[in-house]
Design a protein around this ligand. Structure first.
Ligand code: KIV
Ligand code: ZN
Length: 534
């Protein structure tokens, strides 16, 4: 339509969409879930990527919870520029002081403090009176204000809290200096209608509510985390707390990518936008999936492998004629480039580096690029066509590295219908070469036995999964495992065209992570400073 005077006027008077603050808690609520533990290097990598994605706030951890959390909050505060860095604290002086110390180097820092407000939590868990809860919330906010002007207060289990009592707690917290008030549906109990009403109620009943940003934080126990968060936004919340791929306690948190895609695709309805660079969504999802060792379900909205796949003939026909017939957002808009053919065996290092940059892998050290290039050339020898996805899989191994105490050097397998599967493995441990052989129920088991004999480490393999990264008989296989040892649970990842080699790499990756976790735990016992001593 050609704009006339009238339509241009209409356009001019159209209100600008309101900005919703994206508060990412992948590294705190997400990491808190069993099996999602991340190593410090991995957390830093994720935090840098979150900054690139354009989140407004990164909740980097729960500083008092463990020395690893303290260290991660401190390191992210020092290194990651752009977003506000936040640390969670119960409404207790030792927690708030730990957060204050861990955040000290962040140019923009926030302390997030919380106390439960629902009757069931107040009476059964805290064994306090409602008045005592208010007094503790006020003291916590006041103490947090001595470390930073930016203080967030949460009413834990707000979803099951009496609304009038919650309004009284909120009013007191704002009076004490809270600048963000967060309403968590901690156990994922609310319905979107009820949750939206609750936010509207708070906005109407708390006279000072305009002094702070109202935030929502929803869990997914009934599959409603995203719907409840959007209902909160519709009712006037202007911060939403979420995680990449929706990871988090139990059924998880609201998925960042889904909230952002909703606000963007249906801006006509929500009239809100975010500062997210949506083209970084897919890469961020991949990174989180890789460091947590947790696969994204194929039918997951926005980032699942099938999110933009059109299988039915009628759909394919429609898509070929006009993409908008069956696509409400484009894969490119979330940074999904698909299976595109990349370089060949004869490509030089320069072209290879350029391709990595085009895929968004910037800032890699020359050593990382060299190692990745060597693996790429080795892959070209085994595989006719190398796709971006293949390249990403091998890069994942190289880039997010934990200290490499254990390295796999050589693996040979003898297996078949008439032989006992046997593996010969050579490894480097702290630079020293060791070799051994093992038998097993199958070739993977044999390789794992040999690795166990060499390292002397008997980790429990709680989970094993194998997927083809791309299609075709020569596809790269990606193996993910969950390994447990001495109270630590880690994920391990390995990729190769040979699935036994990929399996062995996944175990070696997990052993390196277990070793890093063990070292961290023993360091923290002897540490002179840190949360344990606060
Ligand atoms: O779910 C929850 O209640 C939380 C709070 C600590 C914000 O994660
Ligand atoms: Zn939570």
């Amino acid at each position: 339509m050609t704009p006339t005077k009238e339509t241009s006027k209409l356009h001019e008077s159209k209100p600008r969409p309101e900005r919703v603050i994206i508060f990412d808690t992948t590294l705190r609520d997400g990491e808190q879930a069993p099996g999602f533990t991340m190593h410090l290097n991995e957390k830093l990598k994720v935090a840098h990527q979150l900054a690139k994605l354009g989140v407004d706030v990164i909740e980097a951890g729960f500083a008092i919870a463990s020395p690893g959390d303290f260290e991660a909050v401190a390191a992210i505060s020092e290194e990651v520029k752009g977003p506000i860095i936040c640390s969670l604290s119960r409404a207790l002086p030792k927690d708030i002081e730990a957060s204050g110390r861990a955040l000290a180097k962040a140019p923009r820092r926030r302390i997030h403090t919380f106390i439960a407000t629902s009757d069931i939590h107040v009476q059964r868990k805290l064994k306090m009176s409602r008045e005592q809860v208010i007094a503790q919330a006020v003291s916590a906010v006041k103490l947090a204000k001595t470390f930073t002007a930016d203080v967030e207060f949460s009413c834990e289990d707000a979803g099951r809290t009496d609304w009038d009592y919650m309004c009284a707690v909120i009013e007191a917290a704002i009076e004490a200096g809270a600048t963000t008030i967060n309403i968590p549906d901690t156990v994922g109990y609310c319905t979107p209608w009820q949750f939206g009403e609750c936010i509207a109620y708070i906005r109407n009943k708390v006279p000072t509510i305009h002094r702070c940003v109202l935030s929502v934080h929803c869990h997914n126990d009934l599959g409603l985390a995203v719907a409840n968060s959007l209902a909160g936004i519709l009712a006037g919340a202007r911060q939403v707390e979420c995680t990449i791929n929706g990871i988090g306690e139990r059924a998880g948190n609201a998925a960042l990518e889904e909230i952002v895609a909703n606000l963007k695709t249906r801006q006509d309805f929500y009239k809100c936008d975010t500062g997210i660079n949506t083209k970084e969504i897919y890469r961020t999802s991949r990174l989180v999936s890789q460091v947590t060792g947790t696969r994204v379900q194929p039918n997951k909205a926005v980032v699942g492998a099938n999110a933009f796949a059109h299988e039915a003939g009628i759909h394919q026909d429609g898509i070929l004629k006009e993409r908008a017939t069956y696509e409400i957002m484009t894969p490119e808009s979330v940074g999904w480039t698909g299976e595109s053919i990349i370089l060949g065996k004869h490509s030089g290092r320069h072209a290879f580096r350029k391709r990595l940059e085009a895929m968004g892998y910037t800032g890699l050290s020359p050593e990382m690029i060299e190692q990745a290039f060597e693996r790429f050339i080795a892959l070209c020898d085994k595989k006719k066509v190398v796709y971006d996805e293949d390249l990403m899989a091998i890069l994942e191994d190289e880039i997010v590295a934990v200290p490499q105490k254990f390295q796999l050097e050589y693996l040979s397998i003898s297996s078949g219908t008439a032989t006992v599967p046997t593996a010969t493995v050579r490894m480097k441990i702290d630079g020293e070469t060791r070799q051994d052989a093992g038998c097993g129920d199958g070739p993977v088991d044999a390789a794992y036995t040999a690795i166990e004999r060499i390292t002397g480490i008997q980790a429990e393999i709680a989970d094993y999964s194998l997927e083809a990264v791309t299609s075709g008989g020569d596809a790269v296989g990606r193996v993910r495992i969950t390994a447990k040892l001495g109270g630590h649970t880690v994920s391990g990842l390995g990729a190769d065209t040979d699935i036994i080699v990929a399996s062995a790499k996944a175990l070696v990756n997990a052993l390196n992570k277990l070793e890093a976790a063990r070292t961290r735990a023993s360091d923290s016992k002897t540490a002179k400073v840190g949360p344990a001593n606060l």
